[in-house]
Design a protein around this ligand. Structure first.
Ligand SMILES: [Zn+2]
Length: 74
């Protein structure tokens, strides 16, 4: 299963979802994100969930967004 890591179009928080998933709720602002590659900014692809989580963490550590969030579970 492949995963994509993308940016919430409303608040800029990174999160991940399974590739092929249609929507995902942002953990930062609660926005229901339509996972459409034409509409959202995909920053990375991952081959498994752990890799996707690591990318999200890395993005967060880089300081793009200071909002605290615990876990991205679907
Ligand atoms: Zn958001």
């Amino acid at each position: 299963m492949n995963y994509i890591v993308f940016i919430c179009p409303r608040c800029g928080l990174a999160r991940y979802a399974k590739e092929g998933q249609k929507t995902a709720k942002c953990l930062g602002c609660g926005y229901q994100i339509q996972i459409n590659p034409q509409k959202i900014r995909i920053i990375a692809k991952a081959e498994n969930m752990e890799e996707a989580i690591n990318i999200v963490k890395f993005y967060k550590i880089r300081g793009k967004h200071s909002l605290e969030f615990s876990r991205a579970d679907d």
